[in-house]
Design a protein. Structure first.
Length: 501
């Protein structure tokens, strides 16, 4: 393959394809659209920056306190609901599975993780899911109604108990003013359409976690929900952050003692678990309207919007926001296709490629703005008199190497000692740490690793990773942390392609 043309929809996939193009020294034409915006980046081996050499600025995020306690726009309630989905149907089942994997190790580690409130929440989830995993579906409906009561009534009532409507700040101004909207609790009503939508979606998602059959009969579920008894709200003494600069640790003061008691209860329960079969965490999928994912987020977002007197959103708006969907515009797509086509013709026809013959493009049709620029040269790694990370000098070998540079070692399946000696003789570096992906092959600081020197590199990789190398695999990608054998100064070298077959 002579060149790659990219039109991917996420950064991770772009970075992966870019890394493969850099490794195999293939030209890449990277492009994308975002509404009326578009870009084209030309990536040429050894001549230009790769896609991974630069990073876009991070997206603006909503302050955590705004999401948790003080929303004032429908986007805030949708984001909150998306987080609630993750918490209830993804993270909670994973927590149960972690417990089932090794109950005693889990409970021994738990006291060192977070506050008493967060520990108690985890253990409550585990106890509940283990007790209810055999059904029936009525239990899932009861869970959904209790979640409604907790999220849209009790937590709001607790917030108003902590900060009453007439509460004033230390400056003497009303606490509930400006962007802080005073909320109002919602009482569950089995005749309210949105209330029932929340219960239907929540109950079915919980049933999917437990491996139970789903039920889409709204009338039957509304009947079950109407029969659930709800306890009256009891206020607690709770600490709540008022903004993101507040250093208060949120939680209830009584939860530390209750957490210790729950650990003891779970320890007893773990001795007689009926089944170690894991539960099923959800995997968010925005494009399947039958899986209740967007239905749950839409209902939860609109209920929270009612809490804070925010105009509600329709299903389509919630799906677009929660799924981070930006509508594609045919005009933008056609325009960027033309720009990529021009650069592809150059890649295919020019016998001698020069950077000045190619153009990156940044376009915003809404303004309109067209910026065409020459691709930037690749970033170089150079020696430094002082590096702030290692707090000392660093040398680059070779000086000014780039992400396109790699050291090729084609000596067959040699031993680790032969490999280390080769790098010292040929590259002039003393190997301190050597790794292949997540596998640390050698660490000179650990005496136990000295015995690895006699092992062949490929066998060492298999022993550490507990995986067999595919017969089609002919090389390993090796990263080395090294120093100068003469004066001990840290040395940076390119990635090594270790050809063992």
């Amino acid at each position: 393959q002579d060149a790659i043309v990219n039109a991917l929809d996420n950064v991770q996939a772009r970075l992966y394809v870019d890394s493969r193009c850099v490794w195999f020294a293939k030209p890449l034409l990277e492009s994308g659209t975002l509404g009326t915006k578009a870009n084209v980046q030309v990536v040429l081996p050894h001549l230009t920056q790769s896609y991974g050499d630069s990073q876009d600025p991070p997206e603006e995020s909503i302050p955590l306190c705004t999401l948790k306690h003080f929303p004032h726009a429908i986007e805030h309630t949708i984001e909150w609901s998306r987080d609630l989905f993750e918490q209830l149907f993804v993270e909670s089942p994973r927590e149960v599975n972690n417990f089932l994997g090794d109950p005693m190790a889990y409970l021994a580690k738990l006291p060192s993780e977070g506050s008493g409130t967060s520990q108690l929440a985890k253990m409550t989830i585990i106890q509940r899911m283990l007790a209810q995993r055999s059904g029936p579906f009525d239990m899932c409906v009861r869970f959904a109604v209790l979640e409604f009561q907790d999220k849209f009534h009790d937590s709001i009532a607790q917030l108003l108990h902590t900060f009453p409507l007439d509460h004033k700040t230390s400056e003497g101004t009303l606490f509930w003013s400006g962007p802080k909207r005073p909320p109002q609790p919602l009482m569950f009503d089995a005749n309210d359409e949105v209330h029932v939508e929340f219960v239907v979606a929540c109950a079915n998602l919980y049933a999917a976690n437990l491996g139970l059959a789903q039920n889409s009969d709204r009338a039957a579920i509304a009947g079950m929900a109407g029969r659930v008894e709800l306890a009256p709200f009891q206020p607690k003494e709770v600490k709540i952050k008022v903004d993101d600069k507040d250093t208060t640790v949120e939680g209830c003061m009584d939860d530390e003692a209750r957490a210790k008691q729950s650990i003891a209860e779970l320890s007893e329960l773990s001795k007689s678990l009926p089944s170690n079969t894991p539960v099923e965490p959800a995997e968010f999928e925005k494009d399947d309207d039958t899986n209740f994912h967007i239905a749950f987020i839409a209902a939860a977002a609109n209920l929270r919007a009612r809490n804070y007197k925010i105009p509600e959103a329709d299903f389509h708006k919630v799906k677009m926001t929660a799924g981070k969907i930006i509508p594609a515009i045919a005009t933008t797509t056609a325009m960027v296709t033309g720009l990529v086509g021009c650069e592809l013709l150059k890649v295919a026809t020019l016998s001698s490629r020069k950077v000045e013959d190619f153009k990156n493009a940044f376009v915003t049709l809404a303004l309109p703005l067209w910026v065409m620029s020459e691709p930037l040269p690749p970033l170089q790694t150079r020696s430094k008199e002082y590096d702030p990370i290692i707090m000392g000098p660093v040398r680059a070998k070779p000086e000014g190497f780039t992400s396109w540079t790699k050291i090729e070692v084609n000596k067959g399946d040699i031993t680790l000692r032969e490999f280390v000696d080769y790098l010292q003789d040929e590259e002039g570096v003393e190997v301190m740490i050597m790794s292949a992906g997540n596998a640390c092959l050698y660490n000179a600081y650990l005496p136990a690793h000295k015995k690895r020197l006699g092992e062949r590199v490929s066998k060492l990789w298999e022993d550490i990773t507990k995986q067999k190398l595919s017969p089609k695999k002919t090389y390993l990608t090796i990263e080395v942390s090294a120093s100068d054998p003469d004066d001990g100064v840290d040395i940076q070298i390119p990635t090594i392609k270790f050809q063992f077959r």
